[in-house]
Design a protein. Structure first.
Length: 393
């Protein structure tokens, strides 16, 4: 059986409650929400409200109506960026960082190429890999129209940024704050009101242990008032006589048919997590980092003394080894799944100078991993690095 250590990409396995769940959920009495007065349609509408309400409590959103259902986190991010950039405000500055995933960077680059924004990219401090907040404050003080777009937890290093302090700076300088919560929601405590977050995006399938194909966009009450232009328009189940779609959030951002059966499965994972505890694995993460540091000629990029206790991510390289080759051998010879390469975060790998290794190897623990899994990984890495490369290909 495979040892799965790629939970930052998607969680596996799913909670025990998911066994045989998919077929059962497909047989439930759901119709198309907002598109009929019959009971099956109302069942779907009730499910949507329940899931949003549970998510609102999880992130301390003012209400379920602050959350829109999207196709995935990338879709949610594009919805948020599109809404801001369509305002056509003068002198907009987007402040982001080298930590970011391409789902954050590429919409910003596209907007820059279309003349919709200028860009400033923050770099972390070399000692603890935390973003330089003094630099952020200077940028904000010099720009009266700024959007700060940052990940809460890096998908490469697992470092958690201080979003409450960043949110305070954004509030002080009247800047909007977008947080990519792909690696944090379900792992880390997040309070959108305490952190002054205007936009939060996150998926179902990572820390929340749900199915793929679902993402969520939170808008603060301030941003809801702005009626941001949605990325897509089409059928909404509202007033079909209108030439334009609904203007009120979240209906404005939920066109097309909702993934109802996915939501039904997702509700089960939310309930299971509430009953069994969040995805915290502090002791396993510390054990992983400690054991990795014992391997000769290994460079550990994730700082063992400054890290998100709940990220469970470790990024490393071993001298003389291509990261993709290491990952391939772990898979083919030891049945261990990790991820190698750039992890859709090219700016971070450029900053780390991982080019000679083709990126780096990322290990990301999940709720169901054990210390035995870590021991097997370490044993495999020792066998690989102590052997002739040709003999283990």
């Amino acid at each position: 059986m495979m040892i799965y250590l790629d939970n930052a990409a998607t969680s596996y396995p799913k909670p025990p409650v998911f066994e045989h769940l998919q077929v059962n959920e497909l047989l439930l009495d759901f119709g198309n929400p907002h598109r009929g007065g019959h009971s099956y349609s109302r069942n779907a509408e009730s499910l949507i409200f329940r899931v949003k309400n549970k998510l609102a409590k999880l992130i301390n959103a003012p209400s379920a109506n602050n959350i829109a259902i999207c196709y995935n986190t990338t879709d949610a991010l594009n919805q948020a960026f599109h809404g801001v950039y369509q305002e056509n405000a003068d002198n907009l500055m987007t402040i982001t960082s080298v930590n970011e995933h391409n789902s954050v960077l590429r919409p910003i680059y596209r907007a820059k190429n279309q003349g919709q924004t200028d860009i400033a990219i923050l770099k972390p401090n070399a000692d603890d890999l935390m973003l330089d907040l003094e630099q952020l404050a200077r940028l904000l003080s010099n720009n009266n129209n700024a959007l700060v777009a940052l990940s809460h937890v890096s998908n490469t290093l697992g470092v958690e940024q201080d979003i409450e302090r960043i949110g305070q700076l954004c509030k002080k300088y009247n800047a909007r704050f977008l947080v990519d919560g792909a690696q944090s929601v379900g792992h880390n405590k997040i309070d959108v009101q305490a952190a002054n977050i205007d936009f939060l995006t996150f998926p179902a399938h990572k820390g929340l242990l749900g199915p793929s194909g679902l993402g969520f966009l939170y808008l603060s009450n301030t941003q809801k008032v702005k009626a941001l232009t949605p990325l897509c328009v089409g059928g909404s189940g509202g007033d079909s006589s209108l030439e334009t779609g609904p203007e009120k959030f979240p209906e404005s951002h939920e066109v097309g048919t909702t993934n109802i059966h996915g939501l039904a499965m997702f509700e089960k994972s939310l309930d299971w997590l509430k009953e069994n505890g969040s995805q915290t694995s502090d002791d396993k993460h510390a054990y992983l980092l400690t054991q990795l540091m014992k391997i000769p000629n290994l460079t550990l990029y994730t700082p063992p003394n400054k890290l998100s206790l709940n990220s469970s991510i470790a990024l490393f390289n071993i001298d003389g080894w291509d990261s993709n080759l290491l990952a391939s051998i772990l898979d083919s010879s030891f049945d261990i799944a990790v991820r190698a390469g750039l992890h859709c975060a090219p700016q971070m790998h450029k900053w780390l100078s991982t080019g000679e290794h083709g990126g780096a190897v990322r290990v990301s623990l999940g709720l169901f991993n054990t210390k035995d899994d870590i021991d097997n990984l370490i044993s495999a890495l020792l066998q690989i690095t102590q052997s002739n490369k040709e003999s283990v290909k």
